[in-house]
Ligand binder design. Structure first.
Ligand code: TXA
Ligand code: MG
Length: 320
């Protein structure tokens, strides 16, 4: 662990600067959650609309008391099972959590990331740290420090490099502010695992009109190259004379009509596919292709979150 880098990053956060930090899901763009000016800079750098609230990251369980009034029983059980880890919970906030963090909502999203460097960074900073994904708004989330460098490098104060992200998909978001728990965003913890602990969870991931989690906007996570979530010999033939790349879930066997091909997981392992997803799309996106054809994955476990991101990344109808 690079102690010097962690101390440097913590100093920057304490002084109101902004730092990209590693987590098990994706890289975040950090600032002191209780410093509205620093948080405003995070919005500016990301060009993120102010109506889209941020997740606050804590380094120690006791820190949650700075942010929320009380923890409902079921939320507590999820915290016990999954923190530190890729689970964000939305709860009623304390008055002093700045409005800019929550976009004026009475609720706040909180998570404890599973990454030694970042847990230490937050503890040393002495404050909860906001952390939207460290990408320009609407683009793919970064899963390596170099992705952050490419996209935001010259606009932020420091990048804490913690290697590639292990999970590769953003956290699962569960809200506890209504009568029943609600899934707002599928992510790194499969819904099945959550329901095994607290029972049935309502699904509310497609509320586009007035999104309470704008990560739900239909075109979020979009690369520049159009993606078509379709996979058949017929589609491949249809786009024969275009420059087409393939995003395969598992080994497609010999296919000489198409090149390049990115395989998410040779043996069709969803965990491995999730970890490779954003990097693979990014690589294809840099090749100047006309179209990326993506293979659907089974919608179970992590497959639900992978399909959610692929659907949002696909520009249906943009090319025909
Ligand atoms: O895995 C992650 O969660 C990553 C890493 C860096 O921790 N962070 C992340 O942040 O994905 P971001 O800002 O890209 O996505 C945060 C999502 C948004 O869709 C936002 O609308 C939702 O969380 N959110 C934040 N506060 C909320 C609230 N009070 N109520 C409902 N949704 C909220
Ligand atoms: Mg994001």
């Amino acid at each position: 662990m690079n102690e010097r880098a962690i101390h440097k990053a913590a100093d920057i956060i304490k002084r109101g600067g902004i730092v990209a930090f590693p987590t098990e899901t994706v890289y975040g763009l950090g600032a002191d959650a209780f410093n509205p000016m620093a948080v405003a800079r995070v919005f500016e750098v990301k060009q993120r609309p102010y109506f889209d609230p941020l997740i606050v990251h804590i380094g120690d369980l006791s820190e949650i008391n700075k942010l929320i009034k009380e923890i409902p029983y079921d939320a507590g059980r999820l915290i016990e099972c999954f923190w530190p880890g890729p689970l964000t919970i939305v709860l009623f906030k304390k008055e002093n959590v700045p409005d800019i963090v929550t976009s004026g909502l009475q609720t706040v999203a909180v998570r404890m990331p599973k990454h030694e460097m970042t847990l230490k960074l937050i503890k040393l900073s002495g404050t909860p740290v906001v952390g939207p994904s460290a990408n320009p708004f609407g683009y793919l989330s970064p899963t390596k420090a170099e992705h952050v460098r490419e996209q935001l490098g010259d606009q932020i104060d420091f990048i804490l490099d913690g290697g590639p992200c292990e999970v590769g998909l953003e956290s699962t978001i569960i809200s506890f502010v209504e009568k029943n728990p609600k899934l707002l965003r599928p992510g790194g913890i499969p819904l099945e695992e959550i329901e095994a602990i607290i029972g049935k969870v309502e699904i509310d991931v497609n509320n586009h009109k007035n999104p309470s989690a704008p990560g739900m906007l239909p075109k979020h996570y979009a690369p520049r190259t159009p993606i078509l979530l379709e996979w058949s010999q017929k589609t491949i033939r249809k786009y024969r004379d275009k420059k087409v790349g393939l995003l395969a879930f598992k080994d497609p066997g010999p296919l000489d009509s198409i090149n390049p091909i990115e395989v998410l997981s040779k043996n069709g392992d969803l965990r491995e596919a999730a970890a490779n997803l954003f990097t693979a799309i990014r690589r294809l996106d840099q090749l100047g292709l006309d179209l990326i054809l993506a293979e659907p994955v089974p919608e179970v476990g992590l497959g639900r979150a992978i399909m959610d991101r692929l659907q949002r990344a696909s520009h249906k109808g943009a090319i025909n």
